[in-house]
Ligand binder design. Structure first.
Ligand code: GLN
Length: 470
């Protein structure tokens, strides 16, 4: 078996197993070995699967990892939180079930910011995850464990969840591909809810093709999630077709954002040039409302989170800190069970949803959300795609950013897709000071195949992207 197997794409691994060139048992052992070798150094897996299920003659027999907010029978689902530290998954999430049916083999559950609140994976209650390009740096978040699992070759692909960028940002910081499909195309049944009108599950992998393939397995209508759409989307449709004539807009005003790192900006404009050379029509547009995305998101997401997290009361799930009386037990459990960032969000959300402030904050945020979605949809009615950097900055040092406002602002380029439910993919462009930089393609609702096609073509023009030396 080739020693460099970890470089192989998930699609190629599946093909080699199906035609008998590789054995699934050996492949699983190979990746488990890499996990044993590297897990501790990078802080990736919270737990490993208790049993390994392998299916004969399956279409997609590939090992993978799940972010630890997605349920899988035989695993704990901690959400990176003390409050769920000993919580056993009572059933399989729909995505887990679909991957199982396709023959994918779950190896373990990956580290994340507590309840997916964060952009660095520093807010896990258990340990920090480290960037494989430089272990002093954050890997991005909140699906940092999943991104590092892929970048270090511990698994060929992993799933994450994206409420305001948590798939795309860590993919960008780790030099891999992360895809958030259109809201409603992938079931969230079995995903622990954070911001239900924003949450979406999606893949992280080394290539766009892998992401398209994995999405084609996990997507589709699910009667157990009433927000799923009955629309059928073929994620692999036209993946290799030409992108000549594709109209790509970029919001000029957002590229003047003062916190935008000069190298990230250069990489972005270099990417635009490459796309122009491939025959795309590239043009700047003004999108003033997009600048309000962060403000709107940090009202809506905490509001939804405060409501979703009310269920962790010490009675029904996970941790119970038994005190004298019911109220004291609630307080004790939530005091000890939740970390600082989660408490901050619950406080903000409870405040903006309160009778006195609802109209001033939450209701207003919903209206501006609609205006932002209109602005995006207007630009997308005249253009096929919107292109943005994935993050305004390169990976920074662990512990470097202390103020919540500073890291909230780093979500500026990823949040718009969640507010409007649009598909968006982050693809690595280049290394700058030895750290990966990514760009993002975002399209109309249900135009996922076009978004993936442009990303796939972009990847081909860019040439092979290196994996970190570990
Ligand atoms: N960084 C954003 C937040 O902290 C997004 C997180 C996510 O997408 N789960 O809420």
């Amino acid at each position: 078996m080739p020693d460099e197997l970890y470089r192989m794409s998930a699609v190629d691994i599946a093909r080699n197993i199906r035609n008998g060139k590789l054995q699934l048992g050996e492949i699983v052992e190979y990746f488990l070995n890499r996990i044993r070798t590297y897990n501790e150094r990078f802080g990736v897996f919270i737990s490993l699967a208790e049993s390994i299920d392998m299916k004969e003659n399956a279409p997609f027999p590939v090992p993978y990892a799940l972010k630890d907010n997605i349920l899988a029978l035989g695993t704990k689902t901690t959400c990176g939180s003390r409050i769920l530290e000993n919580y056993h998954s009572p059933y399989d999430a729909t995505v887990t079930m679909r991957l199982k049916e396709a023959g994918a083999v779950l190896l373990g559950k990956t580290n994340m910011d507590e309840f997916a609140m964060g952009s660095t994976t520093e807010f896990s209650a258990f340990f920090v995850t480290r960037n494989p390009w430089n272990i002093e740096k954050v890997p991005g978040g909140s699906s940092g464990g999943s991104a590092v699992a892929v970048a270090t070759g511990m698994v060929p692909f992993a799933l994450g969840s994206d409420t305001g960028g948590s798939i795309r940002l860590p993919a960008s910081f780790c030099g891999v591909v992360g895809f958030k499909p259109t809201y409603g195309l992938v079931s969230r049944y079995g995903l622990v809810a954070f911001g239900s009108s924003l949450d979406q599950i999606g893949p992280i992998a080394k290539t766009v093709e892998d992401c398209a393939f994995v999405t084609s397995i996990i997507a589709g209508y699910d009667p157990k999630d009433s927000t799923t759409s009955k629309k059928r989307v073929d994620f692999l449709n036209g993946l290799n077709d030409s992108i000549k004539g594709v109209r790509i807009a970029y919001p000029r005003n957002l590229l003047e954002y003062e916190a935008l790192d000069a190298d990230v900006r250069d990489a972005f404009f270099e990417s635009l040039k490459m796309l122009e050379q491939a025959g795309c029509e590239v043009k700047p547009v003004e999108m003033p409302l997009l600048e309000k995305s962060v403000a709107v998101y940090y009202i809506i997401a905490p509001g939804e989170a405060s409501s979703n997290l009310a269920r962790y009361d010490g009675m029904r799930y996970g941790l119970r800190v038994q005190e004298e009386g019911l109220d004291a037990t609630y307080h004790g459990t939530r005091e000890i069970g939740f970390g600082e960032e989660v408490k901050r969000r619950i406080l903000m959300g409870t405040f903006t949803l309160s009778a006195t402030y609802y109209e001033a904050y939450y209701d207003k945020a919903l209206k501006v959300r609609r205006l932002i979605a209109n602005e995006l949809n207007n630009v997308l009615s005249e253009n096929d795609l919107i292109m943005l950097p994935t993050s305004p900055v390169k990976p920074y040092n662990i512990g470097e950013v202390q103020s919540p406002l500073t890291y909230y602002l780093m979500d500026i380029y990823t949040i718009p897709a969640n507010l409007a439910g649009l598909p968006a993919v982050s693809v690595p462009v280049c290394l700058s000071d030895g750290l990966p930089v990514g760009v993002q393609f975002m399209g109309k609702r249900y135009s996922d195949p076009l978004v993936l096609r442009v990303a796939h073509n972009f990847e081909k023009m860019r040439g092979e992207f290196p994996l970190p030396q570990i």
